[in-house]
Design a protein around this ligand. Sequence first.
Ligand SMILES: *[C@@H]1O[C@H](CO)[C@@H](O)[C@H](O)[C@H]1NC(C)=O
Ligand SMILES: *[C@@H]1O[C@H](CO)[C@@H](O)[C@H](O)[C@H]1NC(C)=O
Ligand SMILES: *[C@@H]1O[C@H](CO)[C@@H](O)[C@H](O)[C@H]1NC(C)=O
Ligand SMILES: *[C@@H]1O[C@H](CO)[C@@H](O)[C@H](O)[C@H]1NC(C)=O
Ligand SMILES: *[C@@H]1O[C@H](CO)[C@@H](O)[C@H](O)[C@H]1NC(C)=O
Ligand SMILES: *[C@@H]1O[C@H](CO)[C@@H](O)[C@H](O)[C@H]1NC(C)=O
Ligand SMILES: *[C@@H]1O[C@H](CO)[C@@H](O)[C@H](O)[C@H]1NC(C)=O
Ligand SMILES: *[C@@H]1O[C@H](CO)[C@@H](O)[C@H](O)[C@H]1NC(C)=O
Ligand SMILES: *[C@@H]1O[C@H](CO)[C@@H](O)[C@H](O)[C@H]1NC(C)=O
Length: 366
Amino acid sequence: MRNFFSIAALAALASHAVAQTSTTCNPLTNSSCPADSALGTEHLWWFNETLDSTIWDMTDGAIDYTTEGAEFTLKTNGSSLLLKSNFYIFFGVVESWVKMAKGAGIISSVVLESDDLDEIDWEWVGYNTSEVQTDFFGKGNTTTYDRGANYYVENADTEFHNYTTYWDQDRLEWWVDGDLVRTVNYSEALTVYGRNYPQTPCQVEVGIWASGEEGESAGTIEWGGGLVDWDDAPFTMVVQKIRVHDFHTGKEYKYGNESGDWQSIEVISGNSTTVTELNKTPPETLAEKWAKLGEAAHIGIYVSAGVVGAAAIGAFAFWCIRQRRKGRLENALDDTRYNDQLAESENFQNDWKMSEWRNSGYRQVS
Ligand SMILES: *[C@@H]1O[C@H](CO)[C@@H](O)[C@H](O)[C@H]1NC(C)=O
Ligand SMILES: *[C@@H]1O[C@H](CO)[C@@H](O)[C@H](O)[C@H]1NC(C)=O
Ligand SMILES: *[C@@H]1O[C@H](CO)[C@@H](O)[C@H](O)[C@H]1NC(C)=O
Ligand SMILES: *[C@@H]1O[C@H](CO)[C@@H](O)[C@H](O)[C@H]1NC(C)=O
Ligand SMILES: *[C@@H]1O[C@H](CO)[C@@H](O)[C@H](O)[C@H]1NC(C)=O
Ligand SMILES: *[C@@H]1O[C@H](CO)[C@@H](O)[C@H](O)[C@H]1NC(C)=O
Ligand SMILES: *[C@@H]1O[C@H](CO)[C@@H](O)[C@H](O)[C@H]1NC(C)=O
Ligand SMILES: *[C@@H]1O[C@H](CO)[C@@H](O)[C@H](O)[C@H]1NC(C)=O
Ligand SMILES: *[C@@H]1O[C@H](CO)[C@@H](O)[C@H](O)[C@H]1NC(C)=O
């Protein structure tokens, strides 16, 4: 499949990226920054269902949920949308299924970003719907923009593709639909690119913004394919699902010193708040409460409610039964989902085994 990918380093098109990236507390200049809350597990989130706001934070704008996934839509100039995970991963895998937004000057992105501004990017530039761009930054070093590379993807705006980032202390990989398109080695990022290897705990960030707006730098506007034509709005990126696997298990990640080296990151053990949230049993529904009351209580309620209330209570009971059926259906679906996840992780393992670096000794830290 080598011909499939046109590997072309992006020319130094000046300052783009980092438009949606920032940090609230940089541990390299402030030793009192709070520790990062870990993911500490692996999980698949479907984006056709409302995301748990204790796990995912919509820091800018609002997404629309459809049966297909979450829509990130830009309707007017000066707007942007950004979703951030409240959890961090300290090396791991992020698999995102995305349809990019089409339109010159519109940027769709899935980014890993750390508190000291290490960054790993997937970016889709709206004027070319046959391409995805990859990039990375270390410690917010933007003296050069020469680390980007782009790849051919068919119908990136109308079909979901599997964009997977694999990241550990030795290497960084970008995969498209099961094909390894790019590898960056730790040593290469230290020598060729300076000290630019991303190596600190990262949040997952999904966003859409306009590079083609008055006020952006000439380089940014050029990179994005010119100014946005807002008459063509809305511009929509769709995310179907995202699977995230944190290579460490623990509660929190703490910067041990101000080096920003992965060796300095302390893994604080315990259950992460995200794991606790994921394991939380959903609150009891009305249907379950009704079921628990038992037959005698049901009759008692009917009788005491009398004739007038009976119809309403009958409807309520009917609704409860339907909810319970639905609950069973949901459980069955969950099993299917679990099996899907098993199959997926097996596929991934096979891919890893087949890739070159697997033979050169992949180690997973823990
Ligand atoms: C360092 O971080 C702490 C905790 O977020 C904050 O309260 C403090 O203002 C920060 N100090 C500086 C100099 O930014
Ligand atoms: C979301 O998609 C998954 C997988 O297709 C499906 O199992 C689930 O029922 C969907 N959820 C909703 C609310 O449609
Ligand atoms: C949006 O575009 C209009 C017309 O060009 C302009 O007047 C306005 O300042 C822009 N708003 C923002 C927030 O950029
Ligand atoms: C879109 O990107 C692909 C892959 O990099 C490239 O082959 C193609 O020429 C680009 N098309 C346009 C219109 O720039
Ligand atoms: C990365 O390192 C491995 C060995 O550790 C080597 O085989 C491979 O060629 C390197 N890749 C690059 C792009 O330097
Ligand atoms: C920033 O990156 C450039 C090249 O990409 C490199 O030459 C420089 O040494 C880096 N700066 C630091 C402080 O690491
Ligand atoms: C930071 O911590 C690491 C791991 O403990 C240590 O190897 C390194 O020397 C420290 N660096 C500095 C600048 O203190
Ligand atoms: C983590 O959760 C498990 C299961 O809920 C519990 O048994 C264990 O004590 C918890 N560990 C800590 C350190 O809280
Ligand atoms: C997505 O791609 C990754 C990397 O090749 C692979 O491991 C994973 O199984 C793929 N996901 C699905 C659902 O096929």
